[in-house]
Design a binder for this molecule. Structure first.
Ligand code: NAD
Length: 496
């Protein structure tokens, strides 16, 4: 059986340590083993990054960017293999994996602009013959800790920009589907990245805690669930590190009475069930304004869902695949059971889907639940499965109050034909990423990604312009070269 190891100082090591099973969620079989790094192994990776830092820091940004250009080409050339690896370990359908990879590639393209992005700010003659400028210096060794649901894209939100800014990096991917992440990291080395600039350690809490406590690590980027995000942020901050920790979500879509209902239903079908709902931007709650809108939405959505195809990752005819583990499948089914027990109405029931030939896969079918109320557990918690809840309200303000009261504030959207209502919504809602008739308002790579409230701990969002700030430190330099006209005696006060 294949073992997935660590990438340290440019070499993949697979020598004996603790390990864990990696499943093919479509079949339910164990596919590979992944090593779980010990403290010593992680310290070795940090030491490797630390040793590579001085030379990489002094490598001209244009040369660092050239490595990213080559990396981009290699990602495109190897796309089929990357998507196969994502599919067999994560379960997402090949075309969805391709979309994920494309979003990752766009972040590499942004990093290719590093020389432009790092130009800094310059002011001439801030005083007599005095010039002043701000430059953005790298931090040193930076760590990234990533979730299972985007094993290619989320790491690519982090290290291309961190490395293009002159840092060196230690990545700790999800231990549940690490294959594509390691494969992609090896491509960056093939693109010409010096050994030690990017290191990958697979592992669990022991590896993460080592990264959080080691004084050589200057900053930590995290993406995952909210309880872990909060833990990471608190521990990294207590240790004096810069930290951005992106957490979970419960994304609501408001369906206004004047919405184009066919459009809303199609858009929500993809946004709720795509990737089995295992997206932090998945739209998992439809808030219908008025019973008429709710009834029309339920009727059309029920009809649309009859055509949903759940199945194995490698059949392009499927709309979505299995969830990540058996335990997660049981958890999602548990949320549907609890909704029913608490008085909601399961309109389309995906608890026992039939997938011929894949009887042991971790499948949950598309599920639609009506008459959900805010007290229900299924409403309060992130389900992270192909389950769409419908909450009925009487006004847009009631819908907005509901969204604002929820602990998460990652993404949201409104379906309406009323520009004034849409503008009021986007101006006032307490959520970081807002769509207007756009169900998944994921920012493109030259904007930045992040939620509000308990969906993000820290100040700066992921990728895009915020990443340049996160992965660099501002230094402001002021200079004067004394010459005949500007020589002065001692000054005891600020010039006025
Ligand atoms: P997770 O929090 O279980 O794991 C994320 C990472 O943290 C993994 O690398 C894991 O090994 C590590 N980890 C887990 N438990 C730990 C512990 N006790 N101590 C230290 N490290 C630990 O998340 P997941 O299940 O892999 O991913 C799904 C979650 O990620 C969902 O909540 C989803 O909303 C969220 N997510 C958020 C975004 C975003 O941008 N906000 C993007 C993708 C996923």
């Amino acid at each position: 059986m294949k073992t997935i190891g660590h990438l340290i100082s440019g070499k993949v090591t697979t020598e004996g340590q603790r390990s864990q099973d990696v499943y093919n969620p479509s079949t339910g079989e164990v596919l590979k083993q992944v090593l779980l790094a010990s403290r010593t192994t992680v310290e070795e990776a940090i030491a490797s990054a630390q040793a590579a830092y001085p030379a990489w820091r002094d490598t001209p940004p244009a040369k660092r960017a050239r490595v990213m250009y080559r990396f981009r080409e290699l990602l495109e050339q190897n796309a089929a293999e990357i998507c196969r690896l994502i599919g067999e370990e994560h379960g997402k359908i090949v075309h969805d994996a391709m979309g994920e990879l494309q979003r990752g590639i766009e972040n590499v393209e942004y990093a290719c602009g590093a020389p432009e992005l790092l130009k800094g700010e310059h002011s001439k003659n801030v005083g007599p013959a005095i010039d002043s400028w701000s430059e953005f210096q790298p931090l040193g060794v930076v760590a990234g800790i990533t979730p299972f649901n985007f094993p290619a894209m989320v790491p690519l939100w982090m290290y291309p920009m961190a490395i293009a800014c002159g840092n060196t990096f230690v990545l700790k991917p999800s231990e549940r589907d690490p294959g594509s992440t390691l494969f992609i990291a090896e491509l960056l080395l093939e693109a010409g990245l010096p050994a030690g600039v990017l290191n990958v350690v697979n592992g669990d809490k022991e590896a993460v805690d080592t990264l959080l406590d080691d004084p050589r690590v200057q900053a930590v980027s995290f993406v995952g669930s909210t309880p872990i995000a909060e833990y990471i942020y608190n521990r990294a901050s207590a240790n004096g590190k810069r930290c951005q920790a992106l957490g979970g979500a419960k994304n609501h879509a408001i369906i206004m009475p004047d919405a184009d209902m066919d459009n809303a239903v199609s858009a929500l079908t993809g946004a709720a069930f795509g990737s089995s709902g295992e997206r932090c931007m998945a739209l998992s709650v439809a808030v219908a304004v008025g019973d008429e809108a709710a009834d029309a939405f339920i009727e059309k959505m029920t009809a649309q869902m009859q055509g949903l195809q759940v199945g194995a990752f490698d059949d392009r005819r499927n709309d979505f695949g299995p969830v990540i583990t058996r335990a997660h499948q049981e958890k999602v089914v548990g949320y549907i059971n609890s909704a029913e027990e608490q008085g909601a109405e399961v309109v389309v029931d995906g608890r026992d889907p039939k997938v011929p030939g894949y009887e042991n896969g971790f499948f949950v079918g598309g599920t639609l639940i009506d008459r959900v109320t805010p007290e229900m557990v299924c409403y309060q918690e992130e389900i992270f499965g192909p389950v769409l809840l419908v909450v009925r309200v009487n006004s847009m303000q009631e819908a907005m109050d509901l969204i604002d009261a929820h602990e998460y504030g990652n993404g949201t959207c409104i379906f309406t034909r009323d520009g004034e209502a849409a503008r009021y919504f986007s101006d006032n809602i307490l959520v970081g990423m807002v769509g207007i008739n756009v169900p998944l308002p994921v920012p493109v790579s030259y904007h930045s990604f992040g939620g509000w409230k308990r969906s993000l701990f820290g100040d700066l969002h992921a990728y895009g312009p915020d990443a340049v700030r996160f992965y660099t430190k501002r230094k402001t330099i002021t200079q004067r070269w004394p010459s005949a006209g500007v020589r002065e005696g001692a000054q005891f006060a600020f010039p006025s």
